[in-house]
Design a protein around this ligand. Structure first.
Ligand code: FAD
Length: 494
């Protein structure tokens, strides 16, 4: 078993250069996940000079660790939105997801992209009596909006208990990394400059230009699209109050045959599944145990639970990995202007674990905004929509999710579950964390996330230092592999 995502196995892509000098472009896209590469794809035919930068390799962020479903049946999203928004808004969200699935299909077909794209039915299911009524309500809402919904007393897979399920058609699954790397190639062929291993440290506005600072050169541009998942800056928008992070655990096991459906349950203890086939193997992909990132931080336990569940289905996990996404206060993504009314600095984020559709959609909306073209969905996803973002429950809850792990991790540095290969020490007045690998080599890092100074937690199975406040992740040698942190935590002894 390997602690790595299935989607990065046996994938080859030619690395793009690191930015080593100053450049001038019209538009800079920061981040090469599904949002950034989709935006670049839609801008490729414009006359604008465009650059895309990623602090790591493109297609290696959250988008490489997803389940890879393209569906508009997203647990109980329409019931949730129905409580907060008008019927017209709920319908608009549904339309946006359906049209995005069609758009991705069209991109795949037009460009002949080989990304294991398959149209399959999507299911939502439960094995809890109290959830049945909620799913029935979701079915009713979908039917009112003209969607054909089927109902069942089971799902078509043995061993996963279900008492009630609904399904819809016209949804799909794909290999997210193959899709994104194909977009990367198309963009490169159309003259878009891509720089990998290039970290944007700061964005400064000078007159009508943005100066985006990287360690080895500045990028001057008139428009910036932030596609970096959790924003690395605090103000404006102040993300820690606008949402929280949810983490889940995924596995891929080799199976003989695949079934043409994907499914997700609605219970607090989440389960999500799909099948995938490539030229060599067929896989059953299974996700469990989603939780707010600051809870259940004993990752060894979380992975053991996943392994046990997969084994109870008579399967052996070949790959296991974790991933997290941003859950917004009103369950709608934030796509649009960072500063209200200023479409020179744009953002797409907050996809509530449905970023394969919403990230693709954000790419289209951001490109339309950059090209000053109309897009009917702009008002719905406006990051400055007032209603529901700043509500009385979410803000204190988000504050609690940020502050609780901050305090807890300051007080309890030595977690009882850590094995002896993890040590915390004060050296030269600095709080350090040391991981001793199986060869006895010491890997020393600063035990503080540069983002908001939260102490880090060791993720033993994946060998990463993780921030339980806002989700930054670092390698054992302190390289930042996932934001919002913008800096490494490597420690070099004197
Ligand atoms: C467990 C799990 C399962 C999921 N399954 C599904 C699913 O089946 N279907 C679905 O629709 N959605 C799913 N999602 C959600 C989806 O994976 C995400 O919403 C989506 O991938 C986010 O894409 P992104 O482009 O915003 O981020 P990313 O893919 O992380 O891309 C952001 C990029 O920005 C780069 N970056 C960050 N900061 C900087 C900087 N300062 N300078 C330069 N580059 C920077 C990063 O290196 C990264 O490559 C799932 C999420 C989770 C957690």
């Amino acid at each position: 078993m390997e602690n790595t995502t299935l989607w990065l196995k046996n994938i080859k892509s030619k690395e793009c250069p690191k930015l080593e000098h100053d450049i001038n472009v019209d538009v800079l896209i920061i981040g090469g996940g599904i949002t950034g590469l989709s935006a670049a794809y839609h801008l490729k035919d414009s006359n604008l000079k465009i650059a895309l930068v990623d602090k790591n390799l493109v297609a290696h962020g959250v988008s490489s660790r997803t389940t890879g479903k393209l569906t508009f049946l997203q647990e109980l999203i329409y019931s949730k939105l129905n409580k907060k928004f008008s019927t017209e808004h709920v319908r608009m969200y549904l339309d946006s997801q359906i049209s995005t699935i069609k758009m991705v299909k069209d991109i795949v077909e037009t460009n002949n992209i080989s990304c294991d794209f398959n149209e399959v039915d999507s299911y939502v299911f439960t094995d809890e009596e109290k959830e049945i009524v909620k799913i029935k309500k979701e079915k009713e809402l979908l039917e009112q909006m003209g969607i054909e919904v089927n109902e069942y007393n089971d799902i078509p897979v043995q061993g996963i208990p279900a008492k009630y399920a609904i399904s819809v058609g016209n949804t799909a699954v794909f290999h997210p990394v193959k899709y994104l790397l194909a977009l990367k190639d198309i963009c490169l062929n159309r003259g878009i400059s891509i720089y990998e291993n290039t970290n944007i440290l700061d964005i400064i506005k000078k007159d009508s230009l943005y100066i985006c600072k990287t360690p080895h050169g500045n990028i001057r541009c008139s428009k910036v699209a932030l596609a970096c998942h959790y924003p690395f800056f605090l103000l404006p928008l102040f993300f820690p109050l606008r949402g929280h992070l949810e983490r889940s655990y995924l596995s891929a096991s080799i199976v003989k045959n695949i079934k043409k459906f994907s499914a997700i349950n609605t219970s607090v203890y989440s389960k999500s599944l799909r099948y995938h086939s490539d030229s060599k193997n067929s896989y059953f992909i299974y996700l469990n145990g989603s939780h707010i990132i600051e809870k259940n931080i004993n990752e060894e336990n979380n992975f053991n639970n996943l392994k046990k569940e997969v084994e109870s289905l008579n399967l052996i996990p070949k790959y296991m990995w974790s991933n997290h996404d941003i859950i917004t206060n009103d369950f709608l993504p934030y796509i649009g202007c960072v500063k209200s009314g200023d479409n020179t600095l744009l953002i797409g984020t907050g996809y509530n674990t449905w970023g394969m559709t919403n990230g693709s959609l954000a790419g289209k909306i951001l490109s339309d905004m950059i090209l000053e073209q109309e897009n009917a969905y702009i008002p719905l996803f406006d990051p400055h929509r007032r209603k529901n973002i700043y509500n009385l429950v979410s803000i204190p809850a988000n504050l609690y999710y940020s502050v609780k792990p901050f305090i807890e991790n300051k007080l309890i540095k030595n977690k009882s579950w850590y094995s002896s290969d993890v040590v915390f020490k004060q050296i030269d007045g600095k709080s350090l964390a040391i991981y001793i690998d199986h060869n006895g080599k010491k890997h020393m890092v600063y035990n503080k996330c540069p983002h908001m100074k939260c102490n880090l937690v060791f993720n033993e199975p994946e060998k990463t230092w993780d921030c339980p406040c806002h989700g930054s992740r670092f390698s054992i040698d302190g390289e930042c592999i996932q934001g919002p942190s913008n800096y490494n935590i490597s420690y070099k002894s004197k």
